[in-house]
Ligand binder design. Structure first.
Ligand code: ZN
Length: 514
């Protein structure tokens, strides 16, 4: 087979694998949006069958032979094709380490654990989830051993979400964030009581919230002919192709901003998925290089843009129109303050920017110890509660609002949480570069003109897909390796001016050399 026909055969083969993934995702999307409750059991089997099938097809010898043939002539290929071979080979070799029987067993346990977790959380009864958590921790340790790792066992799982990241390095970054962010939270706690935000305590028509969210999504450049928004208990984005990228959100009649900001968050993910190159569709390259980079796109829109004053200067008139009589006396500055309230709390997904990473640190520390075998699943609730007290100073009243709050462990997704923090860091670092290229960006935001920002992100982030690693992408955009500096600068600048304390915060020199 000559090189061109081998390349054609590879693309055709990968297209089929991607189609199977898309079908699996579509079943998953349906499971969380429209599936009737009694469909759950059958859906679990369907998902396990499809997962096993795509694993079998993806790890077939035929694909291995094609990849080996093309890898041999890698030097003659154009850079895009060479990248396609490298990335697919990486996935292939990793997938080959997991036997199909293991993949199916894992998928079946995921479905069982997910349903047990829903019940356990509803009844706040950790005991209902415990046997499943034990099973999934065991399977995940096994999975890590099958995949192989250096250093901590956790690294094998982290690699799935944030390729190249190491728990040993993350520890240092997270410790820096914990120290600096708790100083910010302390400064905020010491400032006098803020303006009266009593106006937030009203009923907000949910159809009007929906209409505003659609308007915002449209303005930010989300193509609604190649996507749609539906409702689900936990907002998410899923993509079946760059021309069919869907998001979900949730609205609450007693909360005006929660649903809107969650639409912005998912909209940021969706813009990324819609921004891959058409020629990469149905191949390995039409994906982000890591979840951290994906999350940087959602957080940039939700937090940096969506929680800014210019953004609400633009949208306050629309809110007044959609909620007649409810916001007449409220100024944009008060909306800005309302969407940036800082208060240590129990729930990660509702946490503000200053305390969010502290929630991630707690999960990271617990996961590492579980995977290393230094902590047994049965001790998770007590360790969780101790850490909540020491990092956030809050008492956990029950496990539903404690260690049962997140869905991730019921999916056996250990190693996922740090990508949220990395997303925050990458977003700030990327945004500093945006402002250099688009110095009048904030004026554009105030005018409701978001396309220059979307197009900048398309050019510098989206279109690359998996051609660059997360670290290379951030380094090329910002000129420096990924780090915590830009994020901490962003937090200190924003919250010192919002809450009126001096920035930079004066820090004591470290007591001992590090
Ligand atoms: Zn996200």
């Amino acid at each position: 087979m000559n090189v061109n026909s081998a390349l054609r055969a590879l693309r055709e083969y990968l297209g089929q694998v991607e189609d199977l993934h898309a079908a699996t995702s579509l079943l998953g999307w349906d499971q969380q949006t429209y599936m009737p409750p009694k469909g759950a059991e059958a859906r679990g089997l369907q998902l396990a069958t499809l997962s096993g099938l795509s694993h079998r097809i993806f790890t077939a010898r035929k694909l291995g032979a094609l990849l080996a043939r093309l890898h041999d002539v890698r030097e003659q290929l154009d850079p895009d094709d060479a990248k396609l071979i490298d990335e697919t080979l990486y996935d292939y070799e990793r997938a080959k380490r997991l036997p199909e029987s293991f993949v199916k067993e894992f998928a079946e346990e995921q479905s069982k654990a997910f349903h047990a977790w829903i019940k356990a959380r509803q009844q706040s009864d950790f005991g209902l989830f415990l046997p499943h958590l034990e099973k999934l921790v065991g399977l995940s340790r096994w999975r890590a051993d099958l995949l192989g790792f250096e250093g901590l066992r956790y690294n094998a799982l982290l690699e799935d979400y944030e390729r190249g990241a190491r728990a040993e390095d993350l520890r240092g970054v997270l410790a820096t964030l914990a120290a600096r962010q708790s100083e910010i939270v302390k400064c905020i706690a010491q400032t006098p009581v803020r303006a009266d935000l009593g106006w937030l305590n009203q009923q907000w028509d949910e159809a009007a919230q929906w209409a505003v969210s659609i308007q915002i999504l449209h303005d930010m450049g989300y193509d609604l002919e190649a996507g749609r928004q539906d409702r689900s208990a936990h907002p998410f984005t899923t993509s079946f192709h760059l021309n069919d990228v869907r998001i979900t959100t949730r609205t609450h009649s007693d909360q005006l901003f929660s649903g809107l900001l969650s639409s912005l968050h998912e909209g940021g993910h969706a813009l990324y998925e819609q921004g891959f190159l058409a020629k990469d569709a149905r191949t390995t390259l039409a994906h982000g290089p890591s979840l951290g980079i994906h999350e940087s796109q959602s957080r940039l829109w939700e937090n940096i843009v969506g929680r800014s004053l210019p953004f609400w200067r633009h949208y306050l008139p629309l809110l007044r129109e959609r909620f007649p009589g409810q916001l007449e006396t409220v100024a944009a500055e008060e909306v800005y303050e309302a969407v940036n309230q800082v208060k240590p709390s129990l729930i990660r997904v509702e946490a503000d920017e200053c305390t969010y990473n502290l929630h991630v640190i707690i999960r990271f520390e617990i996961e590492v110890e579980l995977l290393e075998g230094n902590l047994v699943a049965g001790d998770v609730p007590s360790v969780w509660n101790e850490k909540m007290k020491s990092y956030l100073g809050v008492d956990v009243p029950d496990d539903a609002r404690g260690c049962l709050q997140d869905v991730h462990w019921s999916h056996g997704a250990f190693g996922y949480f740090p990508t949220y923090t990395l997303g925050n860091l990458y977003a700030s670092q990327i945004f500093e570069a945006v402002l250099k290229d688009l110095p009048d960006l904030w004026q554009q935001v105030e005018n409701g003109s978001f396309l220059p920002l979307r197009d900048w992100l398309r050019e510098h982030v989206h279109r690359h897909g998996r051609r660059k690693t997360a670290a290379d992408l951030v380094r090329e955009i910002s000129g420096t390796p990924p780090g915590a500096g830009p994020y901490l600068r962003y937090l200190e600048a924003k919250y010192s001016s919002l809450y009126g304390f001096p920035a930079p915060i004066k820090r004591k020199a470290p007591a001992s050399p590090r």
